[in-house]
Design a protein around this ligand. Structure first.
Ligand SMILES: Cc1cc2nc3c(=O)[nH]c(=O)nc-3n(C[C@H](O)[C@H](O)[C@H](O)COP(=O)(O)OP(=O)(O)OC[C@H]3O[C@@H](n4cnc5c(N)ncnc54)[C@H](O)[C@@H]3O)c2cc1C
Length: 335
């Protein structure tokens, strides 16, 4: 570990002052779970570490630590822990968000990890994480996963890097309309639609969101149509201490036996939380018959381009989407 300066700001204004003085040399610490891993892996060597948690009690930082919900809206402060999000009863519309927070990692990590840090964690690809390898995202000339061991890499939207977005919470939140609330300096924060917040390797190699050095994520606000239901689930190779192989979130409402406002999002299959628009189109305005739900699950992976070792994600993902669609529509799964 390199020598570093630890700063504990007493307010958001303090935090901005430190970030403003050296935006590239200062790294925000929230729960520290991902940051510590990256530091140990030699991916990050921060000169200054800004522990955002010490600002949370200040008047100007209220949004960071607050969690509030109505039947159709949810606001999650960046410093809310995954555990708090999972343990807080939320309206049925946001069941997917609660489930994603409650299934991530393990209980000890969830007590420490924050919503903001979860959304901003870096990819888990082992080539990216290896201290001695220069993959494309670390300034190398090519994606080592493309022709290497790519069992956990992207099957959709990959290239030139084939990382998958690591955040379970992002998968669930993208199932809703909403914004990331971001502040570059004291004053009025800007709102970035979630659909534009996460970006793939064709737009950026040095990060997975549009957040720039010096900017603070204050939180996320999402909304759901009245009467919406949602669900999230993940498939893992091991039940504990493991990232999902594939995860998915579904949101919809049923009006006069017809599906409306359908959203299907896939996680761990693409460099961004992936809207499965083909699946949504199969369902929107239609009756939820078992055949229709199965067709939508197949369509969710339309256009998939698996690498040498990750074909399996497609079958697993289709099964997961189909199961979630049955769960959220209440249509029994055929025996
Ligand atoms: C064994 C294991 C299993 C795991 N399984 C899962 C899983 O199933 N699903 C999943 O989603 N994750 C999983 N994770 C990852 C874990 O959930 C994340 O590392 C954690 O959520 C990161 O949150 P944090 O608060 O500790 O972030 P930190 O490590 O503090 O920060 C992460 C990044 O975000 C930046 N940052 C944090 N907050 C802000 C902010 N407010 N504004 C600007 N920048 C900010 C930091 O500078 C840093 O770059 C797993 C981790 C482990 C070790």
């Amino acid at each position: 570990m390199n020598p570093f300066r630890l700063v504990r700001p007493r307010s958001l204004a303090d935090a901005h002052a430190v970030l403003g003085a050296d935006p590239r040399g200062t790294t925000i610490r929230a729960g520290g779970v991902d940051l510590m891993d990256r530091w140990k892996e030699g991916i990050d060597r921060p000169a200054t570490v800004l522990d955002l948690r010490t600002a949370a009690a200040a008047e100007d930082a209220r949004a960071l630590a607050s969690l509030s919900a109505t039947a159709t809206s949810l606001a999650v402060g960046a410093l809310v822990t995954l555990d708090a999000l999972a343990e807080t009863p939320l309206p049925a519309a946001f069941a997917a968000v609660r489930a994603a927070a409650g299934q991530a990692a393990n209980p000890a990590i969830r007590r420490q990890a924050t919503a903001g840090g979860n959304l901003l964690q870096r990819p888990r690809c082992w080539y990216f994480r290896h201290p001695d390898l220069a993959c494309l995202k670390k300034g190398g000339s090519r994606c080592l996963a493309a022709e290497g061991n790519n069992r956990y890499n992207a099957v959709l939207g990959g290239g030139p890097s084939y990382i998958v977005h690591p955040s379970s919470l992002a998968t669930a939140l993208v199932a809703f309309d909403g914004h990331a609330v971001v502040q570059a300096s004291p004053g009025r924060p800007k709102e970035i639609p979630l659909g534009e917040f996460f970006v793939g390797p064709t737009e950026r190699l040095d990060a997975e969101t549009v957040l720039r050095p010096g900017e603070i994520l204050l939180g996320v606000r999402v909304s759901a149509p009245a009467g919406a239901r949602s669900a999230y689930d993940a498939v893992r190779e091991r039940r504990l201490y493991d990232w999902p192989l594939v995860e998915a979130a579904v949101r919809l409402r049923v009006e006069a036996a017809t599906l409306r406002d359908v959203r299907v999002v896939l996680g761990q299959v693409a460099p961004i939380p992936w809207r499965a628009r083909e699946a949504e189109a199969v369902l929107e305005g239609r009756r939820p018959t078992p055949e229709r739900l199965a067709e939508a699950a197949r369509a969710a992976f339309e256009g998939a381009r698996p690498l040498s070792d990750n074909h399996g994600k497609i079958a697993v993902g289709r099964g997961l989407v189909r199961r979630l669609l049955h769960q959220v529509t209440g249509v029994p799964l055929p025996a």
